[in-house]
Design a protein around this ligand. Structure first.
Ligand SMILES: Cc1cc2nc3c(=O)[nH]c(=O)nc-3n(C[C@H](O)[C@H](O)[C@H](O)COP(=O)(O)OP(=O)(O)OC[C@H]3O[C@@H](n4cnc5c(N)ncnc54)[C@H](O)[C@@H]3O)c2cc1C
Length: 460
């Protein structure tokens, strides 16, 4: 419960219609996709950047902690108000597309704009915003920037950071900063927009985002390739890319996941598939698309692919993608609780990484179905356990820790897209040395000396 005098002060800033501390709101803003729960003391809906600045200034002076929140779809607890305090939510007012500059091919948006709304809006103008996290229908651009979200199209088009040109943000003391410009090139000063991207609400509150746009490609096709084993598929990933293939997406589903999809959804997939690679290619002329398909097929077949299907029509393309889009819910056939991590390794290390990950599963007696964005070296590793069995849960967490260690030993990272938040904070020491962690802490102190912004997240 927020002290009455604080409540009154916030009411004066945002208006009484934009502050809530009733039980229903506290519950509604206590979750994210981790399904952990922490109730805040109040939820505030700022009307604009001026409100955000006044709220932060007041919180900083009174040591009230703040958790910025997008749609609460994060998988690592970034938006959870783990220390109570204020949740700052942007979906009510700060959710506007402010400008589409077609001459300079950029969009300026407020943080609460839903990713898909921007995609649809710019596509009507023949433009394209490529980052498409699977949560695109509801996750916000503020959340996407703060987590540096990736998506299915990352293999060709990169991830959120590749589109952030500039940000406006409010520092913990209420000061407003601009980081970056509308220019393609900008090497004046530190890359503060780069530092704020993926900072998970721990350094500043983002109030405006300038995003690069591309022309919308005119043609696309989808493909599905079947391989006898995960090793063949993983070799095909990096070999086809270094042979010149440039697919929009190159998604991977392993044999355990294929079996789960067949069992749960009754989808027709090859019985003996050791692994699938599924994806899209695109281009502005049909020949470019055909060339991409040929390059992929040739390289895949050199690496053991024995079935390669291509689809151009929307319906057939959707059929190809159906398995990949639904795999996440299907793997629950192997256990009631999914310990899901999104590790990333250099692509050439994929065969070795997958091999070692399965061995960790065998050691503990767990099924570990894996799938994900192989074209980016980013794999969703799912250690499946019986959630009602404490021993299995304990061993599941041990298995995850071993997976993190082997991935880091290979030059990989704890997270390719979901961030650190609360869930992965205990593993930061596996991935970063003392000097690196000290630098993170110094940065945090420079931006937020009183530690009011999302304290405890990312281990800070
Ligand atoms: C079914 C499903 C599929 C998903 N698929 C993908 C995927 O393909 N790729 C991927 O990368 N992620 C994926 N995610 C994870 C999640 O959707 C992303 O991390 C997304 O970027 C979070 O956006 P959000 O608006 O929900 O942010 P939230 O979860 O609300 O917040 C995320 C972080 O951003 C901070 N934040 C939010 N707004 C601001 C702001 N204005 N200023 C400062 N900090 C802010 C929060 O404090 C928090 O730390 C998926 C999640 C689900 C549930």
């Amino acid at each position: 419960m927020l002290d009455k005098k604080y409540f009154k002060a916030f009411q004066n800033i945002v208006g009484k219609e934009n502050i809530f501390d009733d039980k229903a709101h506290m519950i509604a803003y206590s979750y994210d996709a981790t399904r952990e729960r922490y109730e805040p003391d109040a939820v505030l809906f700022p009307k604009d950047e001026f409100d955000v600045s006044n709220i932060l200034k007041y919180c900083n002076e009174n040591q009230i902690v703040i958790t910025p929140r997008g749609a609460g779809s994060g998988f690592t607890g970034g938006a959870l108000p783990a220390n109570g305090g204020i949740v700052l939510a942007f979906e009510k007012h700060m959710n506007k597309i402010l400008e589409i500059d077609t001459k300079n091919m950029l969009a300026i948006v407020q943080p609460g704009v839903v990713n898909m709304d921007l995609q649809r809006h710019v596509e009507e103008l023949g433009l394209f915003y490529p980052p498409d996290p699977a949560s695109e229908q509801y996750s916000t651009l503020g959340g996407n920037v703060s987590e540096n979200a990736g998506g299915m199209r990352a293999a060709k088009y990169g991830i959120t950071k590749d589109y952030v040109m500039a940000l406006r943000a409010v520092l913990a003391n209420g000061d407003v900063i601009r980081a970056g410009k509308r220019t393609i090139k900008d090497v004046a000063g530190y890359n503060v927009a780069g530092i704020l991207t993926a900072s998970e609400g721990t350094l500043a509150v983002i109030t405006e985002i300038t995003l690069k746009l591309l022309p919308k490609p005119k043609y696309a096709s989808s493909y599905m390739a079947v391989f006898p084993s995960v090793e063949h598929a993983m070799n095909a990933v990096f070999k086809s890319l270094s042979a010149g293939a440039n697919p929009v997406a190159m998604e991977f589903i392993d044999a355990l996941s294929v079996r789960a999809i067949k069992e749960k959804l009754g989808v027709e997939l090859p019985e003996d598939a050791g692994a699938l690679l599924i994806g899209d290619v695109d281009g502005n002329v049909k020949e470019e698309v055909a060339f991409q398909i040929e390059t992929l097929q040739k390289s895949f077949e050199e690496n053991g692919c024995y079935t390669f299907d291509v689809a151009q029509e929307k319906e057939k393309r959707e059929k190809i993608w159906y398995a990949r889009r639904n795999v996440s819910q299907c793997v629950t056939v192997y256990g009631s609780k999914k310990l899901n991590e999104d590790i990333s390794v250099p692509r050439s290390k994929l065969p070795e990484a997958l091999n070692k990950i399965y061995k960790v599963g065998e050691k503990y007696g767990f099924n570990v179905p894996c799938f994900g964005h192989a074209g980016d070296g980013n794999i969703h590793v799912n250690v499946m356990v019986d959630g009602s069995n404490p021993k299995q849960l304990e061993n599941g967490h041990k298995a995850i820790e071993e997976v993190f260690q082997l991935v880091v030993d290979m030059g990989g990272t704890l997270s390719g897209e979901h961030g650190i938040g609360l869930s992965k904070a205990p593993f930061m020491e596996i991935a970063f040395n003392k000097a690196e962690l000290t630098l993170f802490k110094s940065l945090k102190k420079a931006f937020d000396p009183n530690n009011i912004l999302n304290p405890g997240k990312m281990g800070l």
